[in-house]
Ligand binder design. Structure first.
Ligand SMILES: C[S@@+](CC[C@H](N)C(=O)[O-])C[C@H]1O[C@@H](n2cnc3c(N)ncnc32)[C@H](O)[C@@H]1O
Length: 418
């Protein structure tokens, strides 16, 4: 038997009796997939790991707390033999053979009638990798091949184009704060499948360099807007490309809905009858402070954080922010788009009761190779920004959390994009 490769097949186990002998680590690893396949699973074992026990408690499997006895495999469609008792495994295996029940054995792959492939999932397909030979089997190698394929499909480095007719439309993709590794798996895959990408200045621009040459990359800031507003011109470009039947990705910095005008684009696309999907992103409001060693909350220090746009000054009549009320909060204030106005913002917060000694950190170009952190207090930040020539994009963190991180020497280094 061992001289021939296994014949790969997908078992449809829904509602069918599956017998698992042994409730240890092997069962714990295999049971979730058997449960997902809808098998009517009977576990026969005197003991089980806490995780397996939890599956029984949740009603996902039926657990008979006893040892294997002859006859347990009658009527089974599939069996997993994984007890710690070699003699019981041997008897169960013989019974499976007699009843023509395909069985996997954890202790002796050579004597099993079925092998479990290394499996992974990506976008509606299961990737299953089986070794062709039982002698000299290398399960780590099969698992590594599985990982390479699944990872590649997920992060877009392995592109499998859909052969069914793709629904043209637009994906609003949150690209994260800048490090190309900080986009979501879904965002990266959609990017890899796009015909057209309309990208903002902020966000993971390095990813654009990886796109195949046929992909049209458009800089959103450079779309001519003539009689339209810039945003209208972007909306029109999205609509026009989608109407040509293309897959369009609108790549945005951070999350599309955090000061990202994502909903405006969604409305415009809906009005034009264009299908749109929205992929969340890691917002700079939390990730950029984190990358500079600042948690936006910390037990005993800050029980809230508030994210505010600082693009208009507190005394500007267009401002929708209630700065006097924010000054009364004791937690963390995170200000985006506030580099130019931080002096006025700090004065307003102090005027309405926040201590001038409140620590402030400005994190410029967070998560990129150019990341830089400048510290100040509410009393000094206006001057510090000028003296240190802090430039946008920067996230400004105001509050005691600024001081709870590790000293610079012990702080984790920013993760390097792979
Ligand atoms: C128009 S808002 C977009 C925010 C984005 N949607 C998000 O969720 O991160 C732009 C502001 O986000 C902040 N920002 C975005 N990426 C940044 C980065 N890598 N480093 C520092 N600040 C960043 C800056 O305050 C910048 O002015």
């Amino acid at each position: 038997m061992a001289e021939h490769p296994a014949y790969p097949v997908g078992l449809r186990l829904a509602g069918r009796r599956v017998v698992v002998l042994g409730g240890g680590q092997v069962a714990q690893r295999r049971l979730p997939a058997l449960i997902a396949a809808g098998g009517a699973i009977v576990l026969i074992s005197p003991e089980a790991t806490p995780s397996v026990e939890a599956m029984a408690d949740a009603g996902e499997i039926t657990w008979e707390r006893r040892r294997y006895t002859e006859g347990d495999l009658t009527d089974a469609w599939y069996a997993l033999i994984a007890t710690g008792d070699g003699e019981a495994n041997e008897r169960a295996s013989a019974e499976a053979e007699r009843h023509r029940v395909w069985c996997v054995r954890s202790d002796d792959a050579d004597r099993a009638t079925a092998w479990t492939p290394a499996t992974g999932h990506s976008e509606g397909v299961t990737i299953a990798v089986l070794t062709t030979e039982v002698k000299g089997r290398d399960p780590r190698h099969t698992a590594a091949i599985r990982d390479a394929v699944v990872e590649g499909l997920r992060d877009g480095t392995l592109v499998a184009r859909h052969h069914r007719t793709r629904t043209p439309g637009v994906a609003l993709v949150g690209g994260g704060p800048g490090d190309p590794d900080l986009i979501t798996v879904r965002g990266r895959r959609l990017l890899a499948e796009a015909d057209v990408v309309i990208a903002d200045r902020l966000g993971p621009r390095d990813l654009l360099a990886e796109l195949p040459p046929h992909v049209e990359v458009i800089d959103a800031a450079k779309i001519p807007y003539g009689r339209f507003m810039a945003q209208e011109a972007i909306n029109n470009a999205l609509i026009e490309h989608a109407k040509q039947g293309k897959s369009v990705v609108r790549l945005k910095g951070g999350d599309p809905y955090v000061f990202g005008r994502g909903m405006e684009e969604l409305h415009a696309l809906a009005e034009a009858g264009i299908a749109c999907t929205v992929v969340p992103g890691i917002s700079s409001s939390v990730s950029v402070p984190g990358a500079a060693g600042i948690p936006v909350t910390h037990r005993g220090v800050a029980h809230e954080f508030t994210v505010v746009s600082g693009h208009v000054a507190p005394d500007d009549e267009r401002s929708l922010v209630d700065w006097p009320s924010l000054a009364k909060l004791t937690g963390t204030l995170v200000v985006l788009m506030g580099v130019d106005k931080i002096g006025r913002i700090a004065e307003t917060l102090v005027a309405h009761g926040r201590s001038p000694d409140t620590p402030v950190a400005l994190v410029q170009e967070g998560t990129t190779a150019a990341q830089r952190r400048v510290d100040a207090t509410l009393a000094t930040v206006g001057e510090t920004v000028r003296a240190e020539e802090v430039r946008p994009p920067a996230v400004i963190v105001i509050g005691e959390v600024v001081n709870v991180g590790l000293p610079a020497a012990q702080a984790p280094k920013p993760s390097q994009p792979s």
